[in-house]
Write a protein that binds this ligand. Sequence first.
Ligand SMILES: [Zn+2]
Length: 420
Amino acid sequence: MTDIFDAELEQRLVRYAAIDSQSDMDRPGAPSTECQHAMLDLMVEELTAIGAAEVVKQPYGTVTATIPGNRPGPTIGFLAHVDTAPQFNATGVKPRVIRGYNGGDITFPDAPDLVLSPKDFPYLAEKVGQDIITASGTTLLGADDKSGIAVIMTAARYLLANPDLPRPTIRIAFTPDEEIGRGVDARLPADLGADFAYTFDGGDLGEVVYETFTADFATVTVTGVSIHPGEATGKLVNAIHLASRIVGTLPQATLTPETTADREGFLHCVDMSGDAAQMTLRLILRDFELDGLAAKGDLLRQVCAAVAATEPRARHRRDRAAVPQHALLARGQHGSGRPRPRRAGRYRHRPDRDRDPRRDRRLAADRDGRALPQSLHRAAERAWPARVHFRAGHGPRDRTDARNRGARDRLSLCPTVPGG
Ligand SMILES: [Zn+2]
């Protein structure tokens, strides 16, 4: 502990992390989960207690507040999100502090088999001698973004307790639902009233990310034909096979998060679930350019269409006219998705990561989306009276949903076999 703020930062992070405020993509509303109100209401309470002005819980959940300025200058916004990632258990978080990390493996009291090792995470080795905060092994910690909240709250408390410290007007916004791409309500920029703003979220010490990609989310629903296996000959269509074919046809040697760097975009399949009757794929699409983002949506559509086209007797139908995503983005949704900053456009003290030398060897055809479906050149031999349904947007049920409806493509394979 060397900094006057360390104790307060630690105490706040540990206290906030213990509160379950997980968001849920499958639930409507803002916030998507009731439990996020616990954090939002606590922020109202604590901001009020430390003397912040204009503390408001907005109708869309975001808590805004003001640290009054004592100098002329632009109004600065400080932003962080109260929700934690939906991918892992967030109930019963028990943060614990490891004092003076010794550089060895870190074990977890509630998960004896779990080990956090600097062999797997070299970054950990840079932290020898420092205090490390982890969860107990059965939950996430939620330092993303409870640490951002802790930083802003600590700074706010200090500035408000020292009113003579020079500062322009500072506006604070704590948003819900960032992890599911629904965090920024269209009303927030006007309600915040900042000339520019900083988001406090995960990153290396001293790193400032000044640009990020824009984001789309896509859902692909594959409906097979469910028939008792004893009577399945020539009739059953297994949705798992179709969904696997879509995944297998999407680029894997490029255009994925693990094969791209810097300003390259990607498609990333984050979830595949269902059964033989119906499968759902969820993908996130990322690009720094709007036309690049649109191209990734087009590529996904092409792959879905190609899989659909492997049924020679089926009809291919679009139920709705396509509206390019960039049209939505141009209407103000730019960056409102899940813009996890990448290793591009940043200032940092230690520029120790070079360009990935593999990137220049990537197949141009694949990058352009022309390396499509080689595995599909052989058409299926059998009828697939199945449907492949593609939908893209910034999230299932956010404010943009009504506008997104026109953007949904529906690629369908319709039954052509009587009784199929
Ligand atoms: Zn975050």
